[in-house]
Design a protein around this ligand. Structure first.
Ligand code: DX5
Ligand code: ZN
Length: 219
């Protein structure tokens, strides 16, 4: 059986020594590196953006997994792929129409990236079913986006299961990623429901033993 992939979020790293933190998680077995980009408009927090991604993207060998929590993903999609995003995930709620969703997916693919879409806790998972054949990844938020260190919202589990069933029934290979409040317990629950990739910030970066924390998510 394929093991769950682990994507530590650098939002919980210490930016004063970010490159050391990145090296530590890579050495500890992290598969993907998760970038939480926030614009202070789509979410009530500001984190970092293109220049930071550009400088970090080529300094390690993990997959650059970029989650843009911004109000205008169409305008920035190509720029983030050019800056080094392997997977670029934008929010369904930031789009004005289904056409816009398809346009952004196309922009990402034309720039050479893999395309993901994310839904917030209050958005039903069925909303993204029309796009699944074009998507490489779906990111199910299990906290309200904006901040690390929040508690896992359990309704996410039902969404993962529903999406897993739909993907399998239709033989679609899109990956399921879960983000927010992931630890050894909630991580295992997500994996059982069919998640492929787990994002974890505070659980990994606050752990006494980072290697053990990462291993506990790889079931
Ligand atoms: C929230 C971010 C998450 C967050 C996860 O907006 O998308 O990636 O940093 O942090 P934890 O694992 O601490 O909930
Ligand atoms: Zn994220």
């Amino acid at each position: 059986m394929k093991k769950t992939l682990v994507a530590p979020s650098i939002l919980s790293a210490n930016f004063a020594h970010l490159s050391e933190d990145i090296k530590r998680i890579q050495d500890a077995g992290a598969d993907w590196l998760h970038f939480d980009v926030m614009d202070g408009h789509f979410v009530p927090n500001i984190s970092f953006g293109l220049p930071v991604l550009k400088d970090i993207a080529h300094t390690h060998s993990m997959v650059n997994d970029v989650h843009i929590m911004i109000s205008n993903p169409r305008e920035y999609a190509q720029k983030f792929v050019e800056a080094g995003a392997d997977y670029l995930t934008f929010h369904y709620e930031a789009c004005r129409s289904d056409t816009e969703v398809f346009d952004i997916i196309d922009l990402i693919h034309h720039a050479g990236g893999k395309a993901g879409i994310s839904i917030k806790p209050n958005t039903p998972v069925d909303k993204i079913f029309p796009f699944l054949y074009s998507l490489d990844l779906v990111l199910i938020m299990s906290v309200e986006p904006g901040f690390g260190g929040q508690s896992f919202i359990r309704e996410a589990l039902g969404k993962i299961l529903r999406l897993r069933s739909y993907l399998d029934a239709n033989d679609i290979k899109t990956l399921i990623e879960v983000d927010g409040g992931i630890n050894a317990i909630t991580g295992e629950e997500c994996t059982k429901m069919g998640a492929d990739v787990l994002v974890a910030g505070s659980y990994i970066f606050n752990a006494e033993n980072i290697e053990e924390a990462i291993r506990s998510l790889k079931l």
